[in-house]
Design a protein around this ligand. Structure first.
Ligand code: LLP
Length: 421
């Protein structure tokens, strides 16, 4: 459920008509709903009720400071994957003890930054990384909490580019080698091995792969404890999928996911962490764009929008589907027609949808891409020197620009000219 609904025939973001924001901000822009963000975060938090837990929002999904502050105020921890994300989390007021650091390629500088600023744990993904972290921590006279990410060799049954839990993926250490790697970690100075980490992929619409992975983690917990390791925290990753169409999809709910966690690992008495990104923010954001032209092509009509692949890369990159709806509620009885919906960028990949059935749309009309809150603004670029798409946050009757559209001068003046020119 989200808070982008038609009211009196026009799309609202909570209590604000979307067209009002478009008039103030211009298009394209991302628009987020505070109520939806909060609701989705709470669904996860409540799903783990009764177990000691922390929901660490995977901020790679949407990392605007205002979004982070909204979630932090609800008690969220953060899952970060770079020094930049760590700095963003700290700038939003998240204390180090609520930040976990994931990722296959942490640099020594990033490790140092997080150790000095405070960190809940590092999720380590390889032996060379363990050794580097040991060196850096010891050098700073610190002992840092560590979990090791295991690769359970489970098929997440999602798009190949976002599956991470098969043995051919670059993530984690093979679960079969876990005992050996944990033994090495326990012997290294500067590290305190406290748990196990797993993340098998994103946009999972079936709970079974989670069940298989978590069962393997539960078995490994017992084995490692028998080996003498004090395994007391399990980071179970993110990945729960969202409905991208209104009609036919019904992915599992956070409540069902929480019940599964309780069933598979609840008996171990470990503190539980999860790292949801998409489900927290995906349906809490829309991308609003304006129709520039309706162009008649050969055997097809094009809707040319002012939003493009640089603003929302998911359709071009993952063949992802986003519902695209007019801001003015169409009459249910009106006849729909197929359109290829494209942006102005100079390549054919700048296509959001082909043959998409739409009610009649005219030049100047506003449309909204639904479910665009996750991996939308954060993956945007300035390709074709199109200004980085702005972001707006709605809260009840209020809205605020939380990242402004840069001016042409601001974009150009980021470049510097060498003295010989
Ligand atoms: N934890 C780790 C270690 C991750 O790598 C990810 C996502 C998450 C948590 C959060 O997963 P989520 O709950 O959001 O599914 N750009 C792609 C998605 C990439 C996901 C990368 N890792 C897309 O637009 O679909």
């Amino acid at each position: 459920m989200d808070h982008f609904l038609y009211r009196d025939g026009v799309l609202h973001a909570e209590d604000v008509p979307v067209a009002e924001i478009a008039a103030a901000v211009g298009t394209p822009f991302y628009c987020y709903s505070t109520a939806t963000l909060a609701r989705h975060f709470r669904l996860f938090d409540e799903a783990l009720d009764g177990m000691e837990h922390l929901v660490c929002y995977a901020m790679k999904a949407a990392s605007n400071q205002a979004i982070l502050k909204t979630l932090a105020a609800l008690g969220a921890g953060m899952d970060v994957v770079s020094g930049g994300e760590y700095a963003r989390a700290k700038a939003a007021g998240v204390p180090g003890e609520r930040i976990v650091f994931s990722g296959v390629g942490k640099t020594r500088d990033e490790m140092r930054l997080a150790i000095e600023g405070g960190i809940r744990q590092f999720n380590v993904e390889s032996e060379p990384e363990l050794r580097a972290l040991s060196e850096v921590a010891s050098g700073l006279g610190a002992t840092v909490p560590v979990t090791i990410r295991v690769n359970p060799d489970v098929d997440a049954k999602t798009h190949a580019k976002i599956a991470t839990g098969k043995s051919e993926n670059k993530f984690g250490i093979p679960i079969a080698r876990a005992r050996e790697v944990y033994a090495e970690a326990a012997a290294l100075p500067g590290l305190e091995v406290i748990g196990i980490d797993v993340h098998i992929g994103s946009q999972l619409t079936d709970l079974e792969p989670f069940r298989l992975a978590y069962r393997k983690v539960a078995e490994l917990t017992e084995t490692l404890r028998a080996d003498g390791h004090d395994i007391r925290r399990l980071d179970l990753g993110g990945g729960l999928g969202i409905p991208y169409t209104r009609s036919n999809e019904a992915p599992p709910l956070p409540l069902d996911y929480g019940a599964l966690i309780r069933e598979e690992v609840g008996h171990l008495g470990c503190e539980i962490e999860i790292e949801p990104g998409r489900l927290v923010v995906g349906n809490a954001g829309i991308l609003v764009s304006r129709v520039i032209y309706v162009k008649e092509g050969e055997g097809r009509n094009f809707l040319i929008l002012d939003g493009a692949m640089n603003d929302l890369i998911r359709p071009a990159m993952y063949e992802a589907h986003h519902d695209i709806v007019p801001i003015n509620e169409p009459d249910a009885a009106v006849e729909q027609a197929p359109y290829d919906i494209v942006g102005p960028v100079c390549e054919s990949g700048d296509t959001f949808a082909k043959g998409r059935m739409m009610p009649p749309v005219a030049e100047g009309d506003l449309v909204a891409f639904r479910s665009a809150g996750a991996y939308g603004a954060v993956m945007a670029s300035e390709y074709n020197t199109r200004p980085l798409v702005p972001e707006v946050l709605v809260h009840g009757h209020q809205f605020a620009v939380i990242r402004a559209r840069p001016t042409f001068d601001e974009m150009i003046n980021r470049d510097t000219i060498p003295e010989w020119l």
